[in-house]
Design a protein around this ligand. Structure first.
Ligand SMILES: [Zn+2]
Length: 282
C-alpha cells in the first residue's frame, strides 16, 4: 500500500500536490528552471535531502496520472519481500510531427535510466526522476528540444531497483528518525546464525548479483556479498526479464550510483580493462 506523501513530510506535501501546476509555471517566473525541479525533488529532511520510498511511489503515480497520454507504469517484477519494482515509461513518439523532422515509421528506441541498485545511494533515485520531470516540464512549455527528444525516443525509468532496501531505509527513518545506510536487499537466506550480520549489512548486493564477472569470496555480512550464484535474487531476475523483453528497444542504459564523482564506462569488474580505473569528472 502506498501512503500519501503527506504522511511523510509536510514540506514535500506542499510541493507534491501541485505537480502539474509547478511544471506549468513559467521558468522565467522563478530563479531558474533548476530551482523549479529542485523544489519538486528535494525535501529538507535534516541533512538528508532525498526522497524516500513512499514519496517516490507517490511522485511516479502522480506523474502517470497527470500525463496519461505520455506516461505508463509497469512493474518489472517482484522483490524478495514481494514488492513491485516499478518502471515509469515515457513514450512521446506520438508527438511526431513535421516540425520534429522525424519519420513516424522510425524504430522506437528506448533509453533506460535506473537508480538505487544500492539503496543508500539515495540521490541516484532522484537523477532518473529529475530527467523525467525535466522532459515533461519542457513538453508543457513547448520546448522544441525536449519535444524532439520525447518524439525521438522512449524513456524508461526505474528509480528504485533495490526497492526493498529503499523501503527498509524509510521504515527505519519513520521508527527512529535515523538514516539506515543500507546498501543491499532484504534477502537473508544465506546468512548463517553465526554471521549475525548487523541490520545495515544484511542482504545481497544486487549490483554484484548479475551474471557478468560474478563472484567474490566475501561472506554474507560483506557490503558486496554477491549471493550464492548469479541471479539468485528476484531483483536481478526482474531486471534480466525486463531487458530480454525490451532487448530490441532499449539502446542505452545508464545506472546511477552515488559512490563518488566518477563516470564508469563498461566494465568496472574486469581487472584487465584499461578503463576499469574510474574517470573522475568533477
Ligand atoms: Zn552503488
Amino acid at each position: 500500500m502506498i501512503h500519501h506523501p503527506e504522511d511523510l513530510h509536510p514540506h514535500f506535501a506542499a510541493t507534491y500536490k501541485p505537480l502539474t501546476t509547478l511544471l506549468k509555471t513559467n521558468p522565467d517566473d522563478l530563479a531558474s528552471n533548476d530551482h523549479l525541479l529542485d523544489s519538486l525533488l528535494i525535501t529538507p529532511r535534516k541533512e538528508y535531502h532525498h526522497l524516500m520510498y513512499d514519496e517516490v511511489m507517490g511522485l511516479m503515480n502522480t506523474i502517470a496520472a497527470e500525463f496519461p497520454h505520455l506516461v505508463k507504469m509497469e512493474s518489472i517484477g517482484k522483490t524478495y519481500d514481494d514488492r513491485d519494482i516499478w518502471m515509469m515509461k515515457i513514450d512521446g513518439t506520438n508527438l511526431l510531427s513535421p516540425s520534429t523532422g522525424l519519420d513516424s515509421n522510425a524504430e522506437k528506441k528506448a533509453i533506460l535510466l535506473t537508480g538505487a541498485h544500492h539503496s543508500r545511494e539515495m540521490v541516484s533515485t532522484q537523477m532518473p526522476l529529475y530527467a523525467a520531470l525535466d522532459l515533461l516540464h519542457g513538453y508543457i512549455h513547448g520546448n522544441q528540444e525536449k519535444i524532439a527528444l520525447l518524439a525521438r525516443n522512449q524513456y524508461f525509468f526505474i528509480p528504485m531497483v533495490n526497492t526493498d532496501g529503499c523501503h527498509e531505509i524509510m521504515k527505519h527513518w519513520k521508527e527512529t528518525k535515523e538514516m539506515l545506510l543500507k546498501r543491499k536487499n532484504n534477502d537473508t537466506r544465506f546468512e548463517r546464525p553465526s554471521d549475525n550480520c548487523p541490520l545495515m549489512e544484511k542482504g545481497v548486493d544486487i549490483n554484484r548479483n548479475y551474471g557478468y564477472i560474478f563472484g567474490n569470496d566475501s561472506g554474507p555480512c560483506s557490503e558486496s556479498f554477491p549471493g550464492p550464484h548469479a541471479f539468485s535474487e528476484p531483483e536481478t531476475r526482474a531486471m534480466r526479464n525486463m531487458l530480454y523483453k525490451y532487448q530490441d528497444t532499449i539502446k542505452f542504459v545508464y545506472n546511477f550510483h552515488a559512490y563518488g564523482p566518477m563516470y564508469i564506462w563498461p566494465y568496472n569488474g574486469e581487472n584487465n580493462n584499461e578503463l576499469a580505473e574510474s574517470n573522475p569528472i568533477a
